[in-house]
Write a protein that binds this ligand. Structure first.
Ligand SMILES: Cc1ncc(COP(=O)(O)O)c(C=O)c1O
Length: 361
């Protein structure tokens, strides 16, 4: 049949499946499948959103000046080198569109965030997945995969769904040995959970081929609003602004995002709470025989003996309203990614896991 055909490769893109949020017949859901802040968004952001409602007929600010200046002030960055996206997903898409394409390769690590692969394919690029070592990004493996056709290297640090973080010394080694015409994207979606770390912003200042991505979807609890941002060399930001639509962020997203960023205590409080609950959860699960790697994010990757066991655990947890994430599509079929809940949620999860283990004994 004659009909319009998409560009080659588009139909090979697998559809992204987000974290489950409902189970038929179960009312009391504990959603731990999308790495959301269990306490929700800052009150300041909610109030800003309500206050902005009467102005919804106005188009948003196309250069995002309020949000960018709040980010620049908070992180001590140059406002000119900040770009905002409809989630950091959109910035990944801009990067792939601008710096990859047919004939070019995009490198990501084997357990790396799926959107790198999907947007690289949408741009017509060839995707190169590089092995990790015991669920840690392996810089030597990445370097070995670089060719004259490499356009972009994506590294999430901490990684999703592994939660592991490689030290800055490894990033330095990656940057030093990568050709200067290859863009290195350091995705710091979970950097807010690492106290005292700049997420890679310092590397952006020093090198002309490094970009940092961040999001307000995780720590700031604004996943539903879609606010991400990037920090990059001026020449890269100028390019990304050419592929960015002028009104890519809605006015409510800009207003609530700015209020959240200016809410200085929010991150400190929620980081402390997350990291404490995470440590408790890891210890309790380990006592049940469920291992996980040291996580620096707001989730842990629980490992089981095999895929069947992991899936049986997920099935059981669903029956009691606890939703976690299967990560077979990340090459980790024997694991489940679990967002760190509040302490009540942690207790409920651990007792659910215990009950599952009793059942399969
Ligand atoms: C590593 C990583 N990067 C980027 C994103 C995209 O976040 P958002 O588009 O919500 O800003 C996510 C979301 O899960 C992620 O885990």
């Amino acid at each position: 049949m004659i009909q319009p055909k998409p560009q080659p490769g588009i139909l090979d893109i697998e559809l992204y499946v987000g974290g489950k949020s409902t189970v038929q017949g179960v009312q009391d859901i504990l959603k731990l499948s999308s790495n959301e802040n269990p306490n929700g968004p800052p009150i300041s952001a909610q109030q800003a959103l309500v206050a902005a409602a009467p102005s919804m007929h106005r188009y948003p600010d196309s250069d995002h000046s309020g949000l960018r200046s709040a980010l620049a002030e908070l992180h001590g960055l140059s406002i000119k080198k900040i770009i905002c996206g409809c989630g950091s997903d959109e910035l990944i898409s801009f990067l792939c569109q601008a710096y990859s394409g047919p004939g070019l390769e995009v490198i990501h690590t084997s357990h790396g965030f799926l959107m790198y692969r999907l947007y690289a394919m949408a741009a017509g690029a060839t995707v190169v997945a590089v092995a990790e070592t015991e669920r840690y990004v392996d810089v030597d493996a990445i370097l070995a995969a670089v060719t004259p056709r490499t356009g972009i290297i994506f590294v999430a640090n901490p990684g999703n769904p592994t939660g592991t973080k490689i030290p800055d010394t490894e990033i330095v080694r990656l940057i030093a040995r990568t050709p200067k015409d290859v863009l290195i994207v350091l995705d710091g979606a979970y950097a807010d959970y690492v106290e005292g770390w700049d997420g890679g912003a310092g590397f952006v200042e020093r090198y002309s081929n490094v970009v940092m991505l961040r999001t307000l979807s995780k720590m700031y609890g604004l996943g539903g609003l879609r606010v991400g941002w990037g920090y990059g060399p001026q020449h890269v930001i100028d390019v990304l602004n050419r592929v960015r639509g002028p009104f890519n962020l809605s006015a409510p997203a800009l207003i609530a995002g700015e209020a959240a960023v200016r809410d200085l205590n929010f991150v400190t409080t929620h980081r402390a709470q997350n990291n404490w609950a995470r440590a408790w959860l890891v210890t309790e699960l380990a006592a049940l025989g469920v291992a996980s790697d040291p996580s620096e994010a707001n989730f842990i990757l629980a490992r089981f003996v095999d895929k069947n066991y992991a899936e049986a655990c997920d099935d059981y947890l669903q029956t009691i309203g606890i939703l976690v994430r299967r990560v077979g599509s990340y090459g980790l079929p024997h694991a489940l990614r679990i967002t760190v809940p509040d302490m009540a949620g942690c207790a409920r999860l651990v007792s659910g896991m215990k009950a599952f283990m009793e059942q399969v004994k």
